[in-house]
Design a protein around this ligand. Sequence first.
Ligand SMILES: [Zn+2]
Length: 488
Amino acid sequence: MVRLILAGVAIVLAALAGLVGYRASTFTATPPPAAVQIPELSSYAIDGEAAADRLAEAIRFRTVTIVDDDGEPAEFERFHAWMQARYPAFHAAAKRELIGRSLLYEWRGSDPGLPPLLLLAHQDVVPAPEDTRAAWNLDPFAGIVRDGAVWGRGAIDDKGSLVGLLEAAEYLAASGASPKRTILFAFGHDEEFGGEGATAIAATLAQQQRRAWFVLDEGMAAIDTHPLTGKPASLIGIAEKGFATLRVRAVAQPGHSSMPPPETAVSSLALAVTRIHSMPIERGLEGGPALPMMRALSPDLPLLNRVAISNEWLFSPLLRQRMANPVAQALLGTTVAPTMIDGGVRPNVLPAEAIAMINFRIHQRDTAESLMARARTAVSGLDGITLEWAAPPNEASPISSTTSSSYALIAALSRASLPDAPVAPGLVVGGTDARHYSEVAENVYRFQPLLLSTEDMAGIHGVNEHISVANFERMIRFYIGLMQAGAM
Ligand SMILES: [Zn+2]
């Protein structure tokens, strides 16, 4: 009997092994979308050094996001005037509308039947706090070109995109080109703090009943070392996670700490936070950009991983084990991060209440409502606990297509710009202005055509932010190609 069972197991194993081998050998990446015609990007007569000098000028405007009126509104006005002075051909060709401090440009196409191309960038930058200044090699707002790079706050995020788009549009407008398809440029003024500007622009477009062909914003780029393949990869953000912060409040009888009840507000709060932190969260490859990303990168994966992905139905526990790190976990599911805790004023006084904040980054398979329900279940049975959202939650964005003509265009331009970086879809785990535009276009992509190293990425919101002149020039060529192939 035992021998029979073993034989049966062996047959099953052999069959599985055969199937695994077969599937791995026949498995290939998702076929690239239909080929699209794109111009020869190297043919453009671009002066990268001169463009870099203009980006450096843009960095000198301290357009730090204005929060609670502690900012410099006049800097935005001066920045707007600079744009008009520096990019005269574009400003002559396009209509400019000021929406608050945000800008909406319309470069009208000759064929009103074509839905417009909508290109986003933001004018504001995060501050460079005083206590980090010593770590900067130079003044973050000096705007300096040195050692083949433009240095300063906003070099990548996101004056690089904004000035890159203006350089591309100016190049085309100055050469007498004009679009068939309307090109819209939307430059928000407070992306780093909620994006009310983007919300207002999107509302303006919706009011005019305008639907864009697609939206392109920042959010992802090409990286020189993808964590799974160890090689370059060009990641096009097809979705971004949602954002919600749960306020957990614990109330209890106040009094002297010498004769405490079984639970105090502090101990109840600690229990509640621990339970919510460890509540079950589904993680997996399905239901988001993770699986299409891994499929697209599969030719570059080491063999074992390749076998695992091609047999995902069989090996997903193995795959999950390989992805047990914070970067991968953020890709595979909603994350739960207790970030603030507050309660009590004296060591010997029982507080009447204690409060904690737990930040969720919501994956596409979850909603704020489903997370709230699970959090309530997690704390059920604990006395004196109330849960509420600290602010209205932002749900996870829809997932844009990887088989659309617009994805094919971005992918083709990326391959032409960065031939060594295979294109794959990705998930933006932070937030961008793009999330406000899902009513304006079916497909919203997040991609800067830059090849970034770990060191380059550390500068974004960090110290010594910089963009290489080569990367900046690559971005300008990409945007010219995009406008030419997509709208002319
Ligand atoms: Zn940004």
